[in-house]
Design a protein around this ligand. Structure first.
Ligand SMILES: Cc1ncc(COP(=O)(O)O)c(C=O)c1O
Length: 396
């Protein structure tokens, strides 16, 4: 479907139609082009396509019709000019950040990052001579004060994993731009349906497509979305030459999964809301965080920049690690995992999984107590999920 036509449709319609490329057979469902390369009609055509002088696919490390359909559908949903798909969410984060910096540059990021993202900022970029400052993402003064002459990138995830803090994207984008830096936002917890960082002033959005986009726990994937200029200046060559690429097979899974994204996320959000209502104030829980509740610490920012709450709920079970483990082991329907955004409801104990690498002091600073649980709503009946959670809490 041409981009000019897609613009007029609502997100649910774009999720089903945008980016579709039909072959000569006129198939209804998008085809899987499981091919590494392409045959050219002549040596001259090959030369010209390779040099980018005429359009066409060249090599599936960086261009393939199925990847292209997924990228165009994501771009239409996000309101981005361009997109590039990657093998994982971490490949998207690493490519976007490394494409912005060189030795001697500086990055400012919020402290509350998914464990691997924090490792990339602090450890991996550091090995190439890129320094970083981590700030409290809710404190705009800290973002401002952390800025240096050599700051090239700002990075945040919002809502954060796992404590669901929400940062003011427009305000941080302004600080980044005043410093001559670009803002990259990891939007995985909001999904493209609930928050549009580019429209709020961010320069680049990254997703782990592994989460809600696949939504059925099958494939890993990632995507980077930005203006055409940003992609060409900072992303295109990194992907083309270093190859963190998505496989066409996984691109096809993600593409077809997008068709049901809005239905799944809406249902999961309703369940997450019902779970937060059922658990708030429970005698075995000391704290509950849900972006759809008026008692969320950043409720004003949420009202300003998000269209709905979240498919995730975080809560602190009393009794620290022992209490959390009794609760986890008391579940019968909901699975214990480190993943999220699946059709199956899942729970995670961040202290012993996703945030294990941090010291107890670093976790305490982020509000990740030993009793903290991250709940990801699936597609089961909400009452079955709530009954399972309440029965497990009885065992604490
Ligand atoms: C906020 C966030 N960013 C990035 C990632 C990395 O995604 P992936 O596992 O697809 O590499 C994850 C999850 O694992 C995540 O929760």
């Amino acid at each position: 479907m041409p981009a000019s036509k897609v613009k007029n449709y609502r997100p649910e319609t774009r999720l089903v139609h945008a980016g579709t490329l039909r072959s000569q057979f006129g198939e209804t469902s998008e085809a899987l082009f499981l091919t590494q390369g392409y045959i050219y009609g002549s040596a001259e055509e090959c030369e010209q396509r390779f040099a980018g002088k005429i359009p066409g696919f060249v090599y599936s490390r960086y261009s393939n019709p199925t990847m292209d359909m997924f990228e165009k559908r994501m771009a239409a949903l996000e309101g981005a000019e361009a997109a590039r798909s990657t093998a994982t969410g971490m490949a998207a984060v690493t490519t976007a950040l490394m494409g912005l910096v060189k030795a001697g540059d500086h990055v400012v990021a919020a402290k509350a990052l998914f464990g691997s993202c924090r490792w990339v900022v602090e450890e991996w970029l550091g090995r190439f001579g890129v320094t970083s400052t981590l700030v409290n993402g809710t404190n705009l003064d800290e973002w401002k004060k952390a800025t240096q002459k050599n700051t090239k990138a700002f990075f945040m995830e919002t809502p954060t994993n796992p404590t669901l803090e929400v940062y003011d994207i427009a305000a941080v984008a302004e600080i980044a731009h005043n410093a001559g830096a670009k803002l990259v936002v990891d939007n995985v917890f909001a999904t493209p349906l609930y928050q549009s960082p580019l429209a709020l002033g961010a320069d680049c959005v990254v997703y782990s497509a592994t989460k809600h986009i696949d939504g059925q726990g099958r494939c890993l994937g990632g995507v980077i979305l930005a203006s055409e200029k940003f992609i060409m200046d900072h992303v295109h060559q990194v992907i083309r030459q270093t190859g963190p690429s998505l496989s066409p097979f996984n691109a096809w899974i993600m593409l077809k999964a997008l068709e049901t994204l809005s239905v799944r996320v809406q249902r999961q959000t309703e369940t997450a809301g019902a779970v937060s209502d059922a658990l708030a104030g429970h005698k075995k829980i000391s704290r509950l965080i849900y972006p759809g509740r008026s008692d969320h610490p950043q409720a004003a920012t949420i009202a300003k920049q998000m269209r709905a709450g979240s498919t995730l709920v975080a809560f602190e079970v009393k009794g620290g690690k022992q209490g959390a483990f009794r609760f986890l082991n008391g579940l019968s329907l909901i699975g214990i995992t480190n993943n999220l955004g699946d059709a199956k409801s899942l729970v995670t104990h961040p202290t012993t999984t996703t945030h294990q690498r941090l010291t107890p002091e670093q976790r305490a600073e982020l509000g990740i107590g030993d009793g903290l649980i991250r709940f990801s709503a699936g597609l089961e009946h909400a009452d079955d999920v709530i009954e399972d959670l309440l029965a497990a809490l009885d065992k604490v």
